[in-house]
Design a protein around this ligand. Structure first.
Ligand code: C5P
Length: 235
């Protein structure tokens, strides 16, 4: 094992998928289970870190490995959130004291511009009103470029669809440079990979888009490889 090589470090992990309300009973969401982020939190805690897990709509069964914490067990604080705005607030609050921030959450890029107070009703013979979307702020880019504490490391995830490894990587490379994060963990989703599954295959890029690590296996194995890459980048 990696021992307690994260002892005394404060880390923040965002995980799950944000949901943007359309009306009081409906939302726009995504298929992220939160498993990779939970594995990152569990791995960091096992390696001695103080962990804040900002959990966007994660099923309690997925969080089970972290709760309830028996005495002397992994030090993880779970902060449940729903929308992107709530996730941003929780990440910003926790990041103020963090050495490392890992944005593993699948954040909605857009949200409905306005949310009616009443449920949208079906009216016979009438087309529904279009839902106007506005862009959410990019939390990762904001952390990396504007809010970063001195010495703080910022890690992003990129779930790219398509199985052409080269295309996925090229996309990741551009994203790494655009977002300004120190590390970007790229995984292909869609086929039998990524969302909802228990195993994963990732390539870790640095801020310039160069490959620094590859990992394949359970989400815990991938999580430990990400923390290895963090420590390597740090030292
Ligand atoms: O651009 P894309 O959504 O693929 O980037 C994914 C990465 O950016 C993830 O780390 C995700 O958590 C983060 N992100 C964010 N805020 C957004 C959209 C994505 O922090 N509004």
């Amino acid at each position: 094992g990696a021992g307690r090589d994260l002892a005394g470090r404060n880390v923040v992990v965002s995980a799950g998928g944000t949901r943007e309300p359309i009306d009081p009973v409906r939302f726009i969401g995504n298929r992220s289970s939160g498993r990779q982020g939970v594995a990152l939190a569990a791995a960091a805690a096992a390696r001695g870190a103080h962990v804040t897990l900002v959990a966007a709509n994660i099923d309690p069964s997925v969080l089970e490995p972290l709760t309830p914490a028996p005495p002397g067990a992994p030090d993880v604080t779970v902060v449940p959130v729903g929308t992107t705005a709530q996730l941003a607030d929780a990440v910003h609050a926790a990041a103020a004291a963090a050495d490392v921030v890992v944005m593993a959450a699948a954040v909605a890029d857009f949200r409905p511009e306005t949310v009616p107070e009443a449920k949208i009703k079906k009216v016979a013979g009438r087309h529904p009103e279009p839902i106007r979307l506005v862009e959410n702020p990019d939390i990762l880019a904001g952390l990396a470029r504007e809010r970063r504490r001195p010495g703080q490391l910022v890690v992003g995830f990129a779930a790219e669809t398509g199985d052409a490894q080269a295309g996925v990587l090229e996309h990741g490379r551009r994203k790494a440079r655009r977002k300004g994060a120190d590390l970007l963990v790229v995984n292909a989703v869609g086929e039998q990979q990524g969302f909802g599954t228990t195993s994963n295959e990732v390539t870790v890029l640095d801020g310039a888009g160069e490959v620094v690590a590859r990992a394949e296996g359970s989400k815990r194995v991938v999580a430990d490889a990400v923390w290895d890459a963090v420590l390597k980048t740090r030292s």
